[in-house]
Design a protein around this ligand. Structure first.
Ligand code: MN3
Length: 204
């Protein structure tokens, strides 16, 4: 059987494209080292059960019961890291920011009271996540929006949610520029959110 290894996607813009909100050096370390390590570690784990290379990283984390016990934790962490970061690069962009539009904007207004209220709640959930993890806007099976946070590289897809957008609150995301001020990073991050990409992930 032919095995196709998981690959690190190219950053869809220049490393300095998100300046001044996310600095170039952070982007290099984050993409070229951290994300690359998740991909390499995922490949190393799956080598032992190469039939699993037929599944996408997303398929792996959506149903971890199909993954042998011996590599389950490695797959959860590293397929999660691969899926989460692949999304993260795509939902950011240069000259982005602003607000969502269309159906997503309407539903955010309906469920959170308004865009600013939504941002405050999202930032709050990201600030309160203890240690390393992610903060998410997810859609439930019945189509409702929720804000949640997860630890480590856990993805809400493993719990049956659709991940619409997520922000990485591991220190490696912000420490060079923002030091310990995670809340400042969370506020600045809205300036690089590519709402067109986020809206693609929202189904209505
Ligand atoms: Mn990260």
């Amino acid at each position: 059987m032919e095995t196709k290894k998981y690959e690190l996607p190219l950053l869809p813009y220049a490393y300095n494209a998100l300046e001044p909100f996310i600095d170039q050096e952070t982007m290099h370390i984050h993409h070229d080292k951290h994300h690359a390590a998740y991909v390499n570690n995922l490949n190393a784990a799956i080598e032992k059960y190469p039939d699993l290379f037929a599944k996408s990283a997303q398929e792996l984390i959506m149903d971890l019961s199909q993954v042998p016990e011996e590599i389950k934790t490695a797959v959860k962490n590293n397929a999660g890291g691969h899926v989460n970061h692949s999304m993260f690069w795509e939902i950011m962009g240069p000259g982005a920011g602003g607000k969502p539009s269309g159906k997503l904007a309407e539903q955010i207004k309906k469920e959170f009271g308004g865009f600013e209220e939504f941002q405050t709640k999202f930032n709050d959930a990201g600030t309160k996540r203890f240690g390393s993890g992610w903060v998410w806007l997810v859609q439930t099976k019945d189509g409702k929006l929720e804000i949640m946070s997860t630890s480590n590289q856990d993805n809400p897809m493993s719990e049956g949610y659709i991940a619409i957008m997520g922000n990485d609150v591991w220190e490696h995301t912000y420490y060079l520029k923002y030091k310990n001020m995670r809340a400042d990073y969370l506020k600045a991050w809205w300036n690089v959110v590519n709402w067109q990409e986020v809206e693609k992930r929202f189904s209505n």
